[in-house]
Design a protein around this ligand. Structure first.
Ligand SMILES: [Zn+2]
Length: 306
């Protein structure tokens, strides 16, 4: 099935592919969405696997599966929608009369996800980098914050990122409509590694147990790590000699890498902004000024929900 967003310049329609799996009995409405960024592919594969394996006879409630939310970006293999050079996950909840990404955002929030009990959004790093898995939830006072946090614990990733209501981000726009939502991050480098998408599939099944949509009692991460994200951007372009590995423990001011000019002369370096863990890195060594070359996780605590 496809949901129509808008007619395009070339006479075709921008659509969102989706599948609805209706269970044998009424119950919660879980929505799983991937491909908000067009170059993050592990979640896309996870949703495809779910659409071919979910058993509607043993299901209570309904599962809405959206494998590729941002089809133009997916086709271009880019994070941003090339039709308006916009990051879809910065314009939620969108506008019905806006640019194509704003209209896409509007349809996703106001039509597809409007009556969801819980939304799971699956992301990753783009084709030029990789990361250690984590799960984000909206850390706000009240029942929506608590429901997001509990869903994140049910998903099973040990590392959680509490987020405030960031403007334009899907899970924040949903929380403002009283819909709890979580957003996962795994993989990168433009791959669909089974070790990664299987973790997403297992996580969604765990959330379904949490919502009592499938048999078996739920399980929750007992001692999650809470972290805050600190992106490190390249001060200048160059060939980047990275001097840390994914998962490394780093300390404040530790050198993370050096940029070399075309003649092999060092032109700049980057250092860790805080103590923490190296949670993501750009893997392509050719670096433009401003590129996010590293991500440091520093220990954190939720403000409202724990
Ligand atoms: Zn993303």
């Amino acid at each position: 099935m496809r949901c129509v967003v808008a007619p395009l310049l070339d006479g075709t329609l921008l659509t969102i592919p989706l599948e609805i799996v209706c269970g044998a009995a009424d119950g919660p409405r879980l929505a799983v969405i991937a491909g908000v960024h067009g170059d993050e592919l592990e979640g896309v594969r996870a949703v495809q696997i779910l659409s071919t394996t979910l058993d509607q006879h043993s299901l209570t409630g309904t599962v809405l599966l959206i494998p590729v939310a941002n089809m133009a970006a997916f086709a271009a293999r880019t994070r941003r929608n090339p039709l308006d050079n916009t990051d879809l996950n910065r314009v939620f909840p969108g506008r019905p009369d806006g640019t194509i990404s704003e209209r896409l955002a509007y349809v996703i929030v106001n039509t597809l996800l409007a009556d969801a009990t819980l939304v799971v959004s699956l992301h990753g790093l783009g084709a030029l980098g990789t990361l250690m898995p984590w799960m984000e939830f909206v850390d706000i006072p009240g029942s929506i914050g608590r429901a997001s946090h509990t869903a994140a614990l049910a998903f099973g990733f040990a590392d959680l990122m509490p987020l405030p209501l960031l403007p334009g981000v899907l899970i924040a726009a949903l929380a403002q409509r009283d819909i709890p939502a979580i957003e996962g991050e795994i993989g990168g480098m433009g791959t669909v590694d089974p070790a990664n998408w299987q973790r997403y599939v297992i996580g969604v099944m765990r959330v379904m147990r949490h919502l009592m949509m499938i048999p078996n009692s739920p399980a929750y991460v007992e001692k999650p790590g809470y972290w805050e994200l600190h992106w490190v951007h390249a001060p200048s372009g160059g060939l980047f000699d990275r001097r840390f590995a994914l998962g490394d423990k780093v300390v404040y001011n530790q050198q993370l890498g050096v940029m070399f000019d075309p003649f092999g002369e060092p032109v700049d370096s980057v250092v860790a902004p805080c103590d923490g863990l190296a949670g993501a890195c750009q893997t392509i060594a050719s670096v433009h000024p401003g590129d996010p070359v590293a991500l440091i996780w520093s220990p954190s605590q939720p403000r409202y929900v724990a």
